[in-house]
Design a protein around this ligand. Structure first.
Ligand code: G3I
Length: 363
């Protein structure tokens, strides 16, 4: 497998010619999700750090052939973009944006305000006003720089966490603590002012499964989305991160009702970080891929019966580059590599890929 991957990265794709694909012959023959998605009006995306563009040439050329948009992982985090108060660094993002323009790929801005990636130097700012000025400057520089080239901006990421015990189930974040919930309105308004045409999203995780804590999160999220409407906060879209768990059932009834409600409030939806954590699924890779694909099928079937997402993005291109590899809690006890994504480590389309293709085609 390693040799095949090395060959392919070196441009030796012919080495795979005779191999059977895990997704079967159909997946190999079918048009890419870039094409299927474009004709169905659902842009298919892949997440990959900006540092890969265009240095890892063979890899990113393959990626570009499979999708319509790139999410440069966490590289838009405030701390990465503005490492010191007086210095912005767009080096890798610019290279990625140049590559994207040449390949006619859209870009997703993920994410402006998240409790992760908050710059350390912010602590040195004085008071409410200083923080608001810094936020405004960061949005002007960042959203302004890529204006007209973005598919959407995840303006706010993961602001709900009922476990923190705050009103409305909000998460205790540095922004909330300093400015109160009004910071949300401020962030969306600023992003809208800088780029009046881009889709602005609120992005959230952890509300897909049949678990009490996920039901509570859905309720808190609906309350927040209602409040946005009441307060005339201009939010276009709700990002369903969709980090699915191999261990837990999708809450079909709860998630259907939730999606209906989101749509009823006038939001578009986007599936923003799709993958399946297969830590405890059977060891056999074929069986594991089937279970992963089944989970995605249940999930997309449920959500897409209620709404047509504007984008569907897998949180990573090939299995071996999934974010789960960085964490002990997601490692398998048998030591086998994880298989959470739609393409395996040799770039082959898996059954998950086929499920996504079918869902997009039938949308
Ligand atoms: O690059 C270093 C590597 O040199 C080192 O050997 C390795 C050892 O742990 O760490 C690598 O850095 C990791 C980095 O991802 C690489 O991009 C960090 O440990 C790891 O913590 C970091 O995780 C990121 C995570 O957010 C936290 O920032 C993931 O890549 C990224 O995919 C993930 O993305 C988030 C979304 O933004 C929001 N939704 C949830 C999603 C998953 O957590």
């Amino acid at each position: 497998m390693d040799q095949i991957r090395r060959d392919m990265l070196a441009g030796g794709g012919a080495a795979l010619a005779g191999l059977l694909l895990p997704g079967g012959a159909a997946a190999r023959e079918e048009p890419s999700l870039r094409e299927t998605g474009a004709s169905a009006g659902i842009l298919y995306g892949l997440c990959e750090p900006a540092t890969q563009f265009p240095g890892n040439r063979a890899y990113v050329e393959r990626l570009a052939a499979e999708c319509s948009l790139i999410v440069p992982s966490n590289n838009f985090m405030w701390r990465s973009v503005q490492p010191a108060r007086e210095s912005f660094d767009f080096t890798h993002l610019d290279l990625m944006a140049k590559f994207a323009a040449e390949r006619d790929l859209g870009i997703v801005g993920h994410t402006l305000f998240w409790y992760v990636g908050v710059p350390k130097w912010l602590g040195a700012l004085e008071g409410r006003r200083g923080l608001q000025e810094a936020m405004a400057r960061y949005v002007e520089k960042t959203v302004g720089r890529y204006k007209g080239r973005m598919v959407r901006w995840d303006v706010i990421n993961e602001q709900i966490n009922p476990k923190d015990g705050l009103d409305g189930g909000l998460r205790r974040t540095p922004y909330l603590e300093a400015l109160g919930p009004d910071y949300l309105k401020f962030a969306f308004a600023k992003a809208r002012e800088v780029d009046p045409d881009v889709v602005l999203c609120y992005n959230e995780y952890g509300f897909e499964h049949r678990k009490e804590e996920e039901r509570t999160k859905r309720d808190a999220l609906i309350a927040l989305l209602r409040k946005f409407r009441d307060d005339k906060v201009e939010v276009d879209c709700v990002g369903f991160q969709s980090h699915l768990s191999g261990d837990d059932e999708i809450d079909i009834e709860g998630l259907s009702a939730f999606t209906r409600e989101v749509v009823g409030l006038g939001y578009k939806i986007a599936i923003t970080e799709l993958d399946v954590r297969d830590t405890n699924l059977p060891a056999d890779p074929g069986l594991r891929d089937k279970r992963v694909a089944r989970k995605v099928k249940d999930y997309l079937g449920c959500v897409m019966a209620e709404a047509k997402p504007i984008t569907i993005t897998n949180w990573g291109y090939t299995d071996d580059r999934s974010w789960y590899q960085y964490y002990d809690w997601s490692r398998r006890s048998d030591g086998a590599p994880l298989r959470p994504l739609a393409f395996d480590a040799a770039f082959r389309r898996k059954e998950q890929w086929q499920v996504i293709a079918d869902a997009i085609r039938n949308a």
